[in-house]
Design a protein around this ligand. Structure first.
Ligand code: KIV
Length: 302
């Protein structure tokens, strides 16, 4: 674990020194704590939480309140890591005043160090206003999931020359507007590499190949934690946490059913006289006694 939180100047230096940037998503206290302990450079509180945590089909239903709530939990779990939190669907497309108020909530209530916004030249006024107001902005181009209804699916970007040119222009516009880095999602490797060379700010790729300055993946995909997306080509899973959890819960269910849990080691004993007086008194209150025997809550009793 690195106790020195990343800064934007350090991030730029990493690009100059060709040191890859590592970013992973996290959405709550435990995932943030684990990501920090594992030594990631940046934690992204992505609106992908809509898919992998809240069970929505897209990120469109995710609200600003959702992002603030999850960002605050992540900040509690990762106090030494640079945290970027997504501004969700349609929260930076209205007036500049409204955009700044929304970004302020992410920073002040969600305790993030920066915000992320999807879009290129079309959102540069919002990016510029945030940066000038002291809010660091991570851009996000290529496949932009908040626009899935307009795009009509999750398609690879940058397959032809025209698309490659558009992506490069968008990346440059974000750099000019003051973004400190740009996520490239589902972009062909050649185009992502070219953009990475053309920019002075780092690119962080997901499904964008080996030429990016850094990589980002979704927590639930990396550790196979009940994610429906881990089988995607661009994802690599490094652990099967979901399998271990499922196995553990199945064993718990089995042991309760066959009465092997709780066992002797898991119960609290009263003085012998208590049992004698209860049973001596005639009525069988064994179940009541078991339920009330702990002085502390079941979760904290040792
Ligand atoms: O929301 C998210 O997790 C993201 C990453 C996939 C980059 O935007």
């Amino acid at each position: 674990m690195n106790n020195q939180r990343l800064t934007i100047p350090k991030l730029k230096k990493m690009k100059q020194d060709r040191i890859p940037v590592t970013m992973i998503t996290a959405y709550d206290f435990p995932s943030a704590k684990l990501a920090e302990e594992a030594g990631v450079d940046i934690i992204l509180v992505g609106d992908s939480l809509g898919n992998v945590v809240l069970g929505y089909e897209t990120t469109v239903p995710v609200t600003l309140d959702d992002m603030v709530y999850h960002s605050r939990a992540v900040a509690r779990g990762a106090q030494h890591t640079f945290i970027v939190t997504d501004l969700p669907f349609l929260t930076y497309h209205g007036s500049i005043d409204q955009t700044l108020r929304n970004a302020a909530r992410i920073m002040q209530e969600g305790h993030a160090n920066a915000v992320k916004m999807e879009g290129g030249a079309d959102i540069c006024l919002a990016v510029d206003a945030c940066v000038k107001a002291g809010v660091p902005v991570l851009g996000h181009i290529g496949l932009t999931p908040q626009s899935v209804n307009r795009i009509g699916g999750y398609r690879i970007q940058g397959k032809d020359e025209q698309d490659a040119k558009r992506l490069l222009e968008d990346a440059k516009a974000l750099e000019r507007a003051g973004a400190f880095a740009v996520v490239l999602e589902l972009v062909t490797e050649q185009v992502a590499e070219y953009i990475s060379r053309e920019l002075t700010i780092p690119t962080i790729g997901i499904g964008a190949g080996r030429g990016c300055d850094g990589q980002v993946l979704v927590f639930h995909d990396v550790v196979r934690y009940a994610s429906p997306y881990y089988e995607k080509r661009f994802v690599k899973t490094y652990a099967d946490v979901g399998g271990i959890i499922r196995q553990g819960i199945s064993q718990y269910v089995k042991e309760v059913k066959d009465r092997s849990f709780p066992a002797e080691d898991h119960v609290f004993a009263a003085a012998d006289t208590v049992a004698e007086s209860l049973y001596g008194g005639g009525g069988n209150h064994a179940n009541e006694e078991t339920a009330n025997s702990g002085e502390r809550g079941a979760h904290t009793a040792k």
